[in-house]
Design a protein. Structure first.
Length: 711
């Protein structure tokens, strides 16, 4: 028809790929790349599209990767700028090898990667995609595990027909600053103003690691945020290593040995991690801290690749130490003062300036919130749905070889090991210091489930899961009850102004649940009270009746709860509690009652303050609290509660924060613990209390996936 435009279906594509600068790495990864290209070519052929490789495999190198920027430019010179271009990768690659050609290409472009737990094609893809986005280049992207799944086939077919791929972006939204809690908005403003007043410095030890254009933040953008770069030289770092005394380096090694870090060493400088290599890394650690102090840096990033790989052992161990609050002390050469004492010196791996800015801001936020300020970055490597060991969820694999602090692993330094990386990436250097690369690895390696429970366990927490499934026992004796549920109606809990009006019941049920089995808690009217009743029922599980958890200073309550429509109208309040009973002096026990109450009739959240009622404790409200406490809507819908508590000393409790579903509430309130009691005992328990209303209207609540963790 006149005036209409007919979109031509793609009939041929030109395929390119990029690799590593190191030929040994390209040769090892080439079989995986060949397999990807074979599968991808078949997919295109099944859709009637021919695939033409832009350049042949080089028999002299044994692979078909583009391994330099010059080679990439020469190959693109022979590609029609209007051709349908497909970039495919199954391995880590240097984006700048192809970025110049893709920036000037006019035809439609598709980037493709494998989805593999072994070969890091996804990381290479995301690096290139980030570079293209920064450069303002239009492209589309797809990935697949086996290139036969519906998601990939549909996406490929759409690109062939429309030269575009539609992804579901319904989960992506702009931050609504006006919806932020007043406390969070106020603190964020204060931190931003402080950064503008006292500007920060990122120490950049050679910019642009491995051609990562996406990892370079332009000064104009960075400076507006109050952050500036100090461009340092890696050669200067090597020179400063030579000035570090051997005794100082030995002191770092002895400190790590005493902490329990295991070094897996050998004798072969080419294939093993050796004591000599560790000694050089200890020198680098000291030199890096001293240089950071000399230039007034707030965070630093060491490129290492490619410049230092032929000169000194890799910086991975150094990076992990820098990011850890608990690390070997480093003293000024002239002043003798400990440098950056009491905290980490934030390091951003492979001098990724985006991660540097993130680490800097995160450190300041966490510090202001009185949380652990240790940070790191991780590559998004892979993921799949996993069922087992109490997990039934999608699990992501996050991995990085450097910058990971020991505090992020189970048992800290004692739960970590230091091992050599493959020689194909870090061969023997040209100097007398052989190349060895260490990485800090936790017992569960790099598999991190993106949920707070597992992340907490990686920092050394003990996690008690599915407590709602524990048995229900009678009689309801608090002192003998252990890992089982009981309830109590007594003068302190069940009695209101008109007598003891409460009755309590419990049962395991599937009527309302998240995982198929929940714990039902029932509050009844025991004596027919009609007015001014207010009787309650406490349901508790004593997890320990000894001193097992006495040393815990950080506690987390993670659980799901709901009420049906009857409970929504009848409940006065629900109370969520962890109680830690600790002997604080001979014959005297302090009950640290960490508890939040959702008071439905008042519509507010309240916390237990041990200083009130002459040290017996009572409910208090966060000053300036505008956070509503609402019932479960609709009735029977579970809400996910996540409460963080801390014990700063033996006389106080700290309410750090809590989250309901996806709404985060920072608290930051320290209160006195209740007065000590005699004739008590050590223990740890978790509780929920159902509070009755004026008429003592019966109702029920259900809890599920109940988790308590502590460290």
């Amino acid at each position: 028809m006149p005036g209409s435009r007919v979109e031509m279906r793609i009939k041929e594509v030109v395929l390119i790929t990029s690799g590593d600068l190191r030929q040994s790495a390209n040769q090892v990864c080439w079989p995986a790349q060949e397999e990807l290209e074979r599968k991808l070519t078949k997919c295109f052929l099944d859709e009637g599209v021919m695939v033409r490789r832009a350049f042949p495999v080089d028999p002299s190198t044994g692979h078909g990767f583009i391994s330099s920027q010059r080679r990439g430019m020469d190959i693109f010179a022979s590609i029609d700028p209007d051709a349908n271009l497909v970039f495919a990768t199954a391995a880590w690659q240097y984006s700048h090898h192809v970025l110049s050609g893709m920036r000037s290409h006019h035809g439609p472009m598709l980037t493709v990667a494998n989805w593999s737990g072994q070969w890091p094609g996804l990381v290479g893809l995301l690096n290139l995609n980030g570079s293209l986005i920064k450069a303002g280049v239009k492209f589309n992207s797809l990935w697949s595990e086996n290139f036969t799944d519906d998601y990939f086939v549909r996406g490929l077919r759409e690109w062939i027909q429309k030269k575009s791929v539609t992804h579901d972006l319904s989960h992506v939204r702009d931050l609504d600053v006006s919806a932020l809690p007043a406390y969070a908005a106020s603190m964020g403003k204060e931190l931003a103003e402080a950064l503008q007043k006292r500007k920060a410095i990122l120490g950049i030890f050679d910019e642009g690691c491995m051609g990562m254009y996406n990892a370079i933040v332009d000064d104009e953008l960075l400076n507006a945020a109050g952050v500036f770069k100090e461009r340092l030289s890696q050669s200067a770092l090597v020179a400063r290593m030579g000035m570090v005394l051997d005794d100082d380096a030995k002191g770092v090694r002895q400190w790590l040995d005493a902490k329990g870090l295991r070094f897996i060493t050998g004798k072969d400088e080419k294939t093993d991690l050796t004591d000599a290599q560790i000694h050089e890394q200890c020198k680098m650690y000291i030199a890096a801290v001293r240089m950071a102090d000399e230039f007034g840096c707030d965070a630093i990033g060491i490129q290492y690749q490619q410049g230092l790989k032929d000169m000194v052992p890799a910086s991975d161990l150094v990076e992990g130490l820098l990011n850890n609050t608990d690390r070997p002390p480093v003293y000024g050469e002239q002043s003798g003062k400990e440098l950056y004492a009491g905290g980490p010196l934030t390091h951003f791996n492979e001098v990724d300036e985006c991660a540097g800015l993130d680490g800097l801001v995160t450190n300041r936020c966490w510090t202001a919130l009185k949380l652990d300020p240790d940070t790191t970055l991780h590559d998004l490597r892979w993921g799949e749905h996993y069922t087992g060991e109490g997990i039934d969820d999608f699990v992501w694999v996050l991995q990085i070889s450097g910058a990971a602090p020991a505090s992020h692993f189970v048992d800290g330094y004692r739960g970590a090991s230091s091992e050599r990386q493959p020689p194909m990436y870090f061969p023997m250097g040209r100097t007398s210091a052989s190349v060895g690369r260490t990485q800090i690895m936790g017992r569960i390696l790099f598999v991190w489930m993106l949920c707070a429970t597992l992340c907490a366990s990686m920092r050394g927490q003990t996690t008690l899961q599915d407590l709602d499934d524990d048995p229900i026992t009678y009689p309801n004796d608090y002192n003998t009850n252990y890992r089982s549920w009981a309830s109590t109606i007594n003068n302190a809990v069940g009695c209101g102004p008109n007598g003891c009006t409460s009755s309590a019941g419990m049962s395991h049920t599937g009527y309302l649940s998240v995982d198929g089995s929940s714990l039902e808690h029932d509050l009844g009217n025991a004596n027919g009270c009609l007015t001014n009743c207010y009787g309650d029922a406490l349901f508790f599980n004593r997890l320990y009746h000894d001193s097992t958890a006495n040393d815990a200073t950080k506690l987390t309550l993670d659980m799901y709860a709901t009420m049906d429509s009857v409970g929504n109208s009848a409940s006065q309040a629900l109370e969520y509690t962890i109680e830690q009973d600790v002997q604080t002096s001979p014959g005297s026990w302090t009950p640290f009652v960490y508890s939040w109450q959702c008071e439905y009739q008042l519509g507010v959240w309240r916390y237990w303050d041990g200083a009130l009622r002459s040290g017996m404790g009572d409910w208090n409200t966060v000053q300036g609290n505008t956070w509503p406490c609402v019932t479960f809507q609709p009735g029977g819908t579970f809400a996910h509660f996540y409460f963080h508590f801390q014990r700063p000393d033996l006389t106080h409790m700290y309410y750090a924060d809590f989250t309901v579903n996806t709404t985060y509430r920072p608290i930051g309130v320290t209160v006195s613990a209740p007065l000590p009691l005699s004739n008590y005992s050590d223990g740890l328990s978790t509780e929920i209390q159902l509070d009755g209303n004026y008429y003592q209207s019966p109702y029920s609540a259900w809890t599920d996936k109940w988790i308590v963790s502590y460290q």
